[in-house]
Write a protein that binds this ligand. Structure first.
Ligand code: XMP
Ligand code: MG
Length: 184
């Protein structure tokens, strides 16, 4: 393959096959934890949408799905630290067991904010599943209950993650060539 997107990729960090294998394991872990319950899978838009689709199928649970959108990035690669809800919950979550589905845990600002927001809305429990974890950049003490892959401190794209809204539809996780940033 040599698509328009692929020519901007410096290297592949997580292959399509590795994603598939790991997500099957995460799904199984969720099944063990929530079998007989009815958790609400809450995806953090937009980055989690592809992971959500694969994870909820891998879990084989009786579950609901919901999305919330927050923003702390301004089309760039550095977090502003401030988290804002841009699309709120569309249902009452009082007493619900929530599984937050996130693309990447970076500074922790987003998930620290969401955890307290959901508790304040009456959630019964919250667990965090993140596809990727960049522990080297943590500012807030927040940990995932389940994490797919630990990644180094590089800006990654693909499988839902974007740079300036592009590359979400790459089937793997990759790192962009520096020239791509320099030109925008
Ligand atoms: P925080 O810093 O709040 O960040 O833990 C979480 C959100 O920041 C975005 N993010 C990235 N997006 N490549 C991306 O495409 C990255 O390397 C990256 N690092 C952080 C992401 O939206 C995540 O939900
Ligand atoms: Mg995100």
């Amino acid at each position: 393959m040599n698509s328009e997107m692929e020519k901007d990729i410096l290297k592949v960090l997580v292959t399509e096959e590795e994603l598939k294998t790991r997500i099957a394991e995460l799904g199984e872990a969720l099944y063990k934890r929530y079998e007989g319950h009815r958790p609400l899978f809450l995806g953090v838009l937009k980055g989690s949408f592809i992971f959500m689709a694969d994870l909820m199928r891998a879990s084989q649970l009786m579950c609901d799905v919901e999305f919330i959108a927050v923003s702390s990035y301004q089309n760039g690669t550095v977090s502003s630290g401030r988290v804002q809800i841009t699309h709120d919950l569309q249902q009452d979550i009082t007493g619900r067991e929530i599984v937050i589905v996130e693309d990447i845990l970076d500074s922790g600002n987003t998930l620290a904010f969401l955890k307290s927001y959901l508790m304040a809305k009456g959630a019964k429990s919250i667990s965090i599943v993140t596809l990727l974890d960049k522990p080297s950049r943590r500012e807030k003490a927040v940990e995932a209950d389940l994490s797919g892959f630990v990644v180094p401190d590089e800006f990654v794209v693909g499988y839902g993650l974007d740079y300036a809204q592009l590359y979400r539809n790459l089937p793997y996780i990759g790192v962009l060539k520096p020239a791509v940033y320099e030109n925008t």
